[in-house]
Design a protein around this ligand. Structure first.
Ligand code: PGA
Length: 252
């Protein structure tokens, strides 16, 4: 049985007081560990203050990005040790905004995943096709390449620490969700691709979450799909009521 992950990616939103207020509400509403792993990914400045609020709670903290080098002259970047120090357990790697707006390649993401694993951070590795890929019928090819190159030279034991997030680029922040069946089809394909490295017994335990315009209304039908193990939530994760609603629906 897989514990689903419901993660809020706050992107470049929330000041420290806003993030702390949200974290306090979340801790109050979900004080006990349950059958859903709740994760919040605040911006870097709010990581430590959010950790101070959530440290005695079952809610996990994720960073939204990291650099692969341990330290050095990389102005503006942040290392895995700094993230661990600030209380992170997870790190989002390869979000489509990082790939498209900041030029992150599969090779760079592979270095990030390896560095994250080395430091004990659990990667939430994002993959997904663009609208162009989907319309030209190459969506699965693109996803397969992202997985193969992202996981290059990573051992099977390490792959078991990774959660995958399928985020079709055309569904992010657009209000267009993949239909539950489209998402299920992609999640099944991802699980099968992972199984070629891990074997099916392990791949069947890999957490694969869906992202792209998830909200309280569509969560139920997405979570009903056998290969969807949670959600990476952007816009709807900024509002406490809607994020709490998504978590409650996922607990069914
Ligand atoms: P969205 O973002 O829920 O606003 O579509 C999802 C994401 O970018 O992870």
């Amino acid at each position: 049985m897989i514990n689903p992950i419901i993660a809020a990616n706050w992107k470049m939103h929330k000041t420290i007081p806003e993030a702390v207020k949200f974290a306090k509400q979340l801790k109050k509403e979900f004080p006990e560990p349950g059958d859903v792993d709740i994760v919040v990914a605040p911006p870097f400045t709010a990581l430590r203050p959010v950790m101070e609020v959530l440290k005695d709670s079952p809610i996990h903290i994720s960073a939204q990005n990291m650099h692969w080098e341990e330290k050095g002259a990389y102005t503006g970047e942040i290392s895995t040790a700094m993230l661990v120090d600030a209380g992170c357990e997870f790190v989002i790697i390869g979000h489509s905004e990082r790939r498209t707006l900041f030029g992150e390649t599969d090779g760079m993401l592979n270095r990030k995943i390896r560095a994250a694993l080395k430091s004990g951070l659990k990667p939430i590795f994002c993959i997904g096709e663009t609208l162009e890929d989907r319309e030209s019928g190459t969506a699965f090819e693109v996803i397969q390449k992202q997985i193969k190159e992202g996981l290059n030279n990573i051992t099977s034991d390490d792959i078991k620490q990774i959660a995958f997030a399928y985020e079709p680029v055309w569904a992010i922040g657009t209000g267009k969700t993949a239909t539950p069946l489209q998402a299920q089809e992609a999640h099944r394909f991802i699980r099968e691709t992972i199984a070629t490295d891990l074997g099916y017994a392990h791949a069947s335990k890999t957490v694969i979450i869906y992202g792209g315009s998830v909200n309280p209304e569509n969560t139920g039908s997405l979570m009903d799909q056998p290969d969807i193990n949670g959600a990476l939530v952007g816009g709807a994760g900024l509002d406490f009521e809607s994020f709490a609603g998504i978590i409650k629906i996922s607990k069914r």
